[in-house]
Design a protein around this ligand. Structure first.
Ligand code: ZN
Length: 363
């Protein structure tokens, strides 16, 4: 399929400081003007605020550009190419203070101070490309990271349910995918109609009671098994235990992303407890270390609530991260409702730099 967004352009010119030596005189004049109009005071307040925040970045997939040309799944799940990711990690290493979520928990539990301009890198779902492309780069810059894994998919060779829906929406004839309430997708043949349908169908599936969603995806997988080729699905393979073990013994942390990646607010109390406790139990048994953080699947306001955060705490977790953008103010941390900035592949180096410098503006 084609992509609505063009491939992000990587411009090494952005690596240069925005103020070149030749412009220093001008910069000084600008600062003097800024000082007169009070902008420097405002910047200092902002700077102080930035230094008392912890920013958490949320990545999904890291895939090279050449793989994008024939990419058959949801392009919105691609956070960066390896080249972009390399630049971003180098930027964090040089200009911010990368910390692990374990450091954040130690701060919350014991008051261990966090460094100024603290930043944590996280990945959701557990895709094999996290191992293949992101892990060597994290290693290169010694960036601590946490990977939130949906344990039911590990080693399964089965793409996540939202990837199967994405794949089918671009391939089946119009109106071939039926929802129980009578709605049918995709709404048309064109790429634009299919992309619009994908956003709609993901919204519907995320809000369905969990068992209905499981049955529906199962039904579609069987009905269109001839379309779901191994070649297409290899683009979306979940991570393996072997890959998890290798990363765990090389400085990467793991957290729970539940077992089956449901919308936790749509579960019964019993199933909610199982999704949290089983994923934790399995990761701890495999890794022989405590698993203390969870990323709520989907992560938006409709994907967690008081009942979910209470169950999270009751099941022994110490930190819960959402997909709500914004930095977290260190003196007002809500440990079961931590904000994260989702990173997208259209993010240019200047925008990434600005996001790192002014994360609390986007709260
Ligand atoms: Zn997820």
């Amino acid at each position: 399929m084609e992509h609505s967004n063009s491939h992000p352009h990587f411009d090494p010119a952005h690596l240069r400081s925005p103020i070149e030596p030749a412009h220093k005189g001008r910069a000084q004049r600008l600062v003097e003007i800024a000082e007169r109009v009070g902008a420097v005071r405002a910047a200092r307040r902002l700077h102080d605020r930035l230094n008392s925040t912890i920013t958490i970045l949320a990545y999904h997939r890291v895939i090279p550009t050449d793989a994008l040309d024939s990419y058959p799944l949801d392009p919105e799940l691609i956070s960066a190419t390896p080249q972009q990711f390399d630049w971003q990690m180098r930027h964090l290493r040089e200009h911010r203070n990368p910390v692990s979520l374990t450091d954040v928990i130690a701060h919350l539990d014991k008051g261990t101070p966090l460094p100024r301009a603290a930043i944590a890198v996280t990945f959701d779902d557990g895709f094999s490309d996290t191992y293949r492309y992101a892990f060597p780069i994290l290693n290169r810059y010694k960036i601590p990271a946490t990977i939130f894994v949906s344990t039911g998919y590990v080693d399964s060779q089965t793409p996540f349910w939202f990837e199967i829906a994405s794949y089918l929406i671009y391939r089946v004839r119009p109106r071939a995918l039926k929802i129980d309430d009578g709605r049918t997708f995709p709404i048309g043949e064109s790429l634009g109609e299919r992309t619009a349908s994908l956003r709609q169908i993901h919204g519907i599936l995320k809000d369905l009671p969990n068992c209905e969603r499981v049955i529906l995806i199962d039904k579609w997988t069987h009905a269109f098994s001839d379309l779901i080729t191994h070649d297409a699905m290899r683009h979306s393979l979940p991570i393996s235990w072997h890959q998890i073990h290798h990363m765990a013994s090389n400085g990467i942390d793991f957290g729970s992303h539940t077992v089956t990646h449901p919308n936790l607010t749509r579960l019964t109390d019993h199933d909610l407890g199982l999704e949290l406790s089983e994923s934790k139990r399995l990761l701890e048994a495999q890794l022989q270390r405590p698993i203390e953080s969870v990323a709520y699947p989907i992560g938006t306001r409709s994907a967690f609530d008081q009942r979910v955060t209470t169950a999270t705490e009751r099941n022994g977790f110490k930190l819960g991260v959402t997909y709500i953008p914004g930095a977290n103010l260190i003196d007002r941390l809500n440990r079961f409702e931590m904000h994260r900035h989702g990173i997208g592949r259209s993010m240019s180096p200047p925008y990434f730099r600005a996001l790192m410098s002014l994360p609390s503006w986007l709260n």
